[in-house]
Design a protein around this ligand. Structure first.
Ligand SMILES: [Cu+2]
Length: 477
């Protein structure tokens, strides 16, 4: 673990370990109405070969945890793995002790033990859950967590949940080790151990670096386009897609082909309807898109292309009787780099109340590929937390000083995007925003959930290499 993160954790370790989240295991009965999630290994098939990976499922075998708006999040998490683990409820705003981040909100869950969670399942929308322990997320320990909006329930639309992931046959620890090996400038651009060096996937002149890791496959609901999931839908019906980017370090471009869909929410939060055929989905982000099946009854693919690459994954929507054509895993053209074009157009349907900013915090995103060292400098200082007081309107001014894009995620709060590269906007309410190379993005949030919250880059390897800090309320440090 990176030094800055370790020193940060040292400051809070005493607090975190003294407050056990769950009572002693095996002596406590399961409460009525409680749902059980179990972490265990599972075998999936990737391009004809079996892969043993982590996973989460319910006693029914279901992967997706689906609740209704207004429900209580009443969950027992059992760790059936032989390693310390846990799940974070990404996009929900629980009390901080139930956020599922080891050593920040509480201890990890030991093998054979469990932890109980009980809080209002809010805000409603497309959320997800994933391990926040080490590199387990790259081991596919992630799943959809949907709190269906009353409006979605009433609409009666069929819902199609798509979880996107990046897959490698190489162990996550090996991928990270390879990334951290010193890279002499002369070797830049040469392929080393399956890693992409700067310049490999972006025009040489831009100096931008899109992908650190070369993946073996991209998955949609654990499957590749060699054998995609096929959803049965009604001819001409309107369908609500809930798409989740659960990849460890891949941004995607969602591609609806010739069909125009309507963006309903981003990161689970309603936006003014926006018509799209393509939509960028950075790591950890979600988008809900309503799309109508064509009257001719043809099957439709919903595709996701990895940023900077022609490789794609996806699912198929199939009306009764339609034939499903084979979809190539490589598109005709590479997806371009994600930009702010769509983000600039998004408008929150429920913007934050208008009020002055009480605290503006400069957060520089720092690092370089040569040493694979990443960081967050708060008020110009590395390895210090963002201090806030309850009741404040807080602005985070994220300035990316690097040539990579960083999907920045704040726990326990949803923020509103208010400025991109100097241009003011009443942008989307989100929990994860992509800050492209050398860009500055401002977001605001209301400090209404006291505690100690993770605030980090959601590129798993950037986070592991130090791009991680906390938001700490007065009285909680
Ligand atoms: Cu990053």
């Amino acid at each position: 673990m990176h030094l800055s993160r370790r020193s940060l954790l040292a400051a809070t370790a005493g607090l975190a370990t003294s407050l056990a989240l769950a009572p002693p295991a095996s002596r406590v009965a399961r409460a009525a109405g409680q749902k059980t999630l179990r972490l265990a290994t599972r075998v999936i098939e990737v391009n004809g070969k079996p892969a043993t990976r982590y996973g989460v499922s319910q006693p029914s075998g279901a992967r997706d945890l689906i609740l209704d708006e207004g429900d209580t999040f009443d969950v027992r998490l059992e760790n059936g793995l032989d390693v310390l683990s846990g799940l974070h409820w990404h996009g929900l705003n629980p009390p901080w002790r139930q956020d599922g981040v080891p050593y920040i909100s509480g201890p990890p869950v030991a093998p054979g033990k469990f932890a109980d969670y009980n809080f209002p399942a809010q805000p409603a929308g497309t959320r997800w859950m994933h391990s926040h322990f080490g590199l387990q997320e790259q081991n596919l320990l992630a799943a959809p967590l949907i709190v269906r909006e009353q409006s979605a329930i009433k609409s009666g639309l069929q819902e199609v949940v798509i979880l996107l992931e990046d897959f490698s046959w190489t162990k996550p620890s090996m991928i990270f080790e390879e990334l951290r090996k010193p890279k002499p400038m002369a070797a830049m651009g040469a392929t080393t151990g399956g890693m992409n060096m700067p310049g490999m996937t972006a025009p040489a002149s831009s100096g931008m670096d899109l992908n650190d890791v070369t993946y073996d496959a991209f998955l949609a609901n654990d499957r590749t386009l060699a054998d995609p999931q096929v959803f049965d839908v009604e001819r001409g019906a309107e369908v609500r897609l809930r798409i989740i980017n659960a990849a460890a370090s891949t941004n995607f471009m969602i591609d609806l082909g010739n069909i125009e869909g309507t963006v309903l929410t981003v990161d689970g939060n309603p936006v003014l309807p926006m018509k799209v055929r393509q939509f960028p989905l950075a790591i950890a982000q979600r988008v809900d898109i309503a799309m109508r099946m064509p009257p001719d009854g043809a099957a439709l693919p919903v595709l996701a292309r990895a940023e900077g690459l022609a490789k794609q994954t996806g699912v198929v929507l199939r009306p009764r009787g339609a034939t499903v054509a084979k979809i190539p895993e490589t598109a005709a053209m590479a997806a371009s780099a994600l930009t702010f074009m769509e983000e600039m157009k998004l408008r929150a349907q429920q913007p934050l109340a208008s009020r002055p900013i009480d605290r503006s915090v400069p957060v520089d995103l720092t690092g370089n590929m040569t040493g694979y060292v990443w960081g967050m400098a708060v008020h110009g200082m590395e390895a210090v937390p963002v201090g806030v007081e309850k009741g404040e309107r807080v602005e985070l001014v994220m300035r990316n000083t690097t040539m990579m894009a960083h999907p920045m995620h704040l726990h326990g709060h949803n923020f509103q995007v208010t400025e991109i590269n100097g241009q003011r906007l009443a942008g989307a309410v989100r929990d994860s925003v992509l800050v492209t190379p050398m860009a500055t993005v401002k977001v605001v949030f209301d400090a209404d959930n006291p505690g100690l919250w993770a605030y980090h880059c959601h590129n798993l390897y950037h986070m592991e290499a130090g791009m991680f800090t906390t938001v700490v309320y007065e009285g909680f440090a």
